[in-house]
Design a protein around this ligand. Sequence first.
Ligand code: FES
Ligand SMILES: [Fe+2]
Length: 399
Amino acid sequence: MTSQAGWPAAPIDQAAVARSLRPFGASVMLPPAAYLDPAVFAWEHRHFFGAGWTCVGFGSELAQPGDQRAEPTGAGSVLLTRDDDGGLHAFANTCRHRGHELLECGTTARRNSVICPYHSWTYALSGELSHASGLTRREGFNASAWGLVELPAAEWHGLIFVDGSRGQAGSLSGALAALDEVVAPYEPERLVIAGRHTYDTAANWKILSENYHECYHCPVIHPELCRVSPPKSAENYPPQPAWLGGWMKLRDGMDTMSLDGTSLGVPLRGLDGSALRAVSYLNIFPNVLLSLHPDYVMTHRLTPLAADRTIIECTWAFPPEALARPGFDPGYAVEFWDITNRQDWGACESVQRGLASPHAGPGPLSPEEDAVHEFVSMVARGYQGQPVWTPHEALQPPA
Ligand code: FES
Ligand SMILES: [Fe+2]
């Protein structure tokens, strides 16, 4: 089965996928193969992470002209560069000569050209081939035909996204227009990252995302969180094609998510009264979880390595005026969420192990797990062959 827009359906029991797409209240979770099967993972890597917009980091990590960074995506790895005019570029991280990676994945460089480590083919920061030893001056060699393969890249509120479909996914800002109204007052692009943890989890990336979208588990595993935010206070934003999420209230007397509910930072300058009393939890499909607090923004970026392994980079960003305060320590936010993160990862890793039982099967959802149903529906429609980043009106009804 192939969709209109060209995605093949995922190699998974499509009748089980259809059961996940039943209306909320009648649906069940995805079948265990969605979390375990390497063939499904390979399909997801190629399509969810390789044929649409995927987050590959922060613009602040490429602050200067000449900055270069290689990041893994489902479409191989990408080389990001900042050119002399401040423009951002993303290229397939593969040399046009014989395919050597231009920069090792996860590493950075700063120089005024891209130089392949194998035979030193040299490219401009904007991708044109400028030198290939023994070839560039050779008669008949057309250097302009051998520039780097460029992928659409966009910066959105300080996050860098790359479109591995090379343009078929449409405009990022168009797809996120409604989300922009939620995120813009927080000005994440103005904030400074002051805390960072990298977690290596033995769990499928979807288990981590599903866990993020419900607080049904909070009274059981998150005593610290429940002291500052009522677990039953969650409300959702209307469903969108490529993002989902909602918000939860802070308890009276609590200023933010910290162990005692006090903030040692500064309220974000663009927020109104209701935003100062709530935390928004947003998921930009497939790999960014944005948690908007009254005084800081926490970002989880998921990089799946295997069906049962996901790297999570978690950052905490604060306004410059908070960092300027004498003795400012981001630990009040970092410590709270590090405790909560580890509680979550422990639960998610246990789900991963539990789903590997030959007796495991897709269970029903509680009324408090409506956002999980939204997320599962997004994945299930993708499994049926509908590209997630296709504009809403172009989506076909589920089979
Ligand atoms: S593979 Fe890059 S210069 Fe040969
Ligand atoms: Fe949790």
